[in-house]
Design a protein around this ligand. Structure first.
Ligand code: 5GP
Ligand code: ZN
Length: 145
């Protein structure tokens, strides 16, 4: 399904405005955090900038910094809590092809525990890249930094 980037139809903007319900655990002037309605594991949290930005390209970097800072804080709280959490995945999907479903940038905080059945799938048969290939790729990235 095509990613809807509009503010008008944005579920997270409606949660932020209070039009839609949510279970919030953190708020400040630039971000809020609430529990994911369809958690990968209990305690799965989303840290969401208050300002609508569909993708990373339009996210204010300072707000992105705050999003990560709050993500770190929540991760530490999860690790200290009684929720099953031995490790954490911080995850952000940018773009449909990366699995983004809600067109409002957000950071997932996913509690992990031994044999929880979740994991990133790696492609079979991936081989170690040569230094030459890595250097070529580094040039392509650096040219756009
Ligand atoms: P994405 O795939 O865009 O990175 O993740 C979107 C996340 O938002 C999903 O994990 C999904 O469960 C969650 N989500 C979608 N709609 C709602 C909602 O109305 N409330 C809450 N709390 N989470 C939602
Ligand atoms: Zn929005």
């Amino acid at each position: 399904m095509k990613l809807d980037k509009s503010k008008k139809n944005c579920v997270f903007c409606k949660i932020i405005s209070g039009e839609f319900p949510s279970t919030q655990i953190y708020q400040d002037e630039s971000v809020i955090a609430f529990l994911d309605i369809n958690p990968i594991n209990p305690g799965h949290t989303l840290v969401v900038p208050r300002e609508h930005s569909a993708r990373l390209e339009s996210l204010n970097p300072e707000i992105g910094g705050q999003m990560f800072k709050v993500g770190q804080q929540i991760s530490l709280a999860l690790l200290k809590s009684k929720i099953s959490c031995e490790g954490i995945n911080l995850h952000l999907s940018d773009g449909e092809v990366a699995g983004q479903e809600v067109g409002h940038t957000h950071l997932h905080i996913i509690p992990r525990f031994f044999q929880d059945g979740f994991g990133f799938k790696t492609r079979q048969g991936s081989v170690q890249a040569s230094r030459e290939e890595l250097n070529k790729l580094a040039d392509l990235i650096e040219a756009n930094l």
